[in-house]
Design a protein. Structure first.
Length: 254
């Protein structure tokens, strides 16, 4: 499993243990944010969503249990695995935390290999679930079209060239039609010209990226084929009636 870029939030108040675990996770190519109490972690989570959270249970200021219960009220953390580290491994404690909804436990003292394997397994499982549930980015573009085969082919070409500035001439050539025929067919079916269809296709792609968790507007513009951030923002607003930033905020609140 390629761990480069995977973000781990580690919450541990023991400075020696926290430093050791943080260093070992980084040595395995994880990107680690280490917080020393639940309140510090909560402030971090207000502006960032990690791929997995590893949290000590007993801490000053805000315990791991308090932190878990707070973040689970927010739907944007539903898919973030939460592993508890604790020295209190009694049955009653385990039962309570499982009832709360934590994903797993690691009892102190522990071997780092156990933590690494559990982290890897949770991330692999999470990725498989996300792949299975990932929506078709182009369902809204292709659904209910009268000439389905033509538009499926058109959308496939646009998808393959999503990051490039494909010309209308090139698009018509790949479809084995003239530029005017292409424009006539799009106008007849979609009530817009070719340039508008391409632009809206790219905006739909950006929307699906947002639904998949992308929040960086520059990345959205780049990955959906817009050379200009301002033009992307304007096109997005014209199509959705709200700015990309507002759309992302509304999505995260749902």
């Amino acid at each position: 499993m390629n761990t480069a870029g995977i973000k781990i939030l580690l919450i541990e108040d023991d400075l020696s243990l926290g430093q050791t675990v943080s260093d070992l996770l980084k040595a395995n190519d994880y990107k680690v944010k280490w917080c020393q109490n639940g309140l510090e972690a909560l402030h971090f989570l207000e502006r960032s969503i990690p791929d997995i959270i590893i949290c000590d249970l007993m801490m000053p200021i805000m315990s791991g249990e308090e932190l878990f219960l707070k973040i689970r009220k927010n739907k944007k953390f539903d898919e973030v695995p939460f592993i508890v580290i604790t020295a209190d491994i009694t049955f009653d404690m385990k039962l309570k935390q499982l009832q709360n909804g934590v994903n797993d436990f690691i009892s102190k003292p522990f071997k780092i290999q156990e933590l690494l394997l559990k982290t890897r397994n949770f991330l692999q499982y999470k990725n498989k679930l996300l792949e299975k549930s990932k929506p078709d980015p182009f369902s809204k573009v292709t659904i209910k079209l009268k000439n389905k085969n033509f538009f499926e082919l058109l959308n496939d070409i646009l998808l393959r060239n999503i990051k490039s500035d494909i010309s209308i001439d090139s698009l018509a050539s790949e479809l084995f039609v003239s530029k005017s025929t292409l424009d006539k067919r799009i106008r007849k079916q979609k009530k817009c010209n070719t340039s508008q269809y391409i632009r809206e296709f790219r905006i739909e792609y950006a929307i699906r990226l947002i639904e998949a968790g992308e929040t960086n507007i520059q990345q959205l513009a780049d990955h959906s084929g817009f050379n200009s951030l301002s033009y992307f923002s304007l096109s997005f607003k014209n199509y959705t009636q709200i700015s990309p930033k507002t759309y992302i905020k509304k999505r995260n609140l749902n």
